[in-house]
Design a protein around this ligand. Structure first.
Ligand code: ZN
Length: 135
């Protein structure tokens, strides 16, 4: 079935992130001035305001920082999956990334649950990242 979910509005700032996902790699921005990592992509470093940054791969391992369970989905394309859990995952490298949790019953999700990234090729030109319980 064709993907009917939301599509990102990809621009020059975040194109490297989406290209990495298509290679099944999760990357975040790294400030070349202060070396801190950040997500979501921004033009300037939120810590030192430097415009210089690179993209650096992360392990894809982290823990659930916070989560919510969706019972009424935003569009019919998502309703078949409800209930499902949306979360912020704190990567072991530090940044927190918004995501959907998969391979877990929503009622089994807890704060600090160890999770790992998985890649979902939803369309020939679009790969999304999700997280599932680690191990
Ligand atoms: Zn910086």
């Amino acid at each position: 079935m064709a993907y009917e979910g939301f599509r990102p509005d990809i621009g020059p700032l975040d194109a490297p992130f989406w290209e990495a996902l298509r290679r099944h790699e999760l990357v975040v921005q790294e400030c070349t001035a202060c070396t801190r990592l950040r997500f979501v992509p921004t033009e300037l470093c939120p810590y030192c305001a430097s415009p210089a940054s690179t993209w650096t791969p992360v392990t894809g391992r982290g823990r659930v920082y916070t989560y919510t369970v969706v019972h009424r989905a935003p569009t019919p394309a998502y309703q078949a999956d409800a209930p499902y859990a949306l979360a912020y995952v704190e990567l072991e490298e530090g940044p927190r990334v918004p995501t959907r949790l998969v391979d877990v019953e929503p009622g089994a999700v807890v704060v600090d649950l160890p999770v790992e990234v998985v890649f979902d090729d939803v369309a020939p030109d679009l790969t999304l990242y999700r997280f599932r319980p680690a191990g």
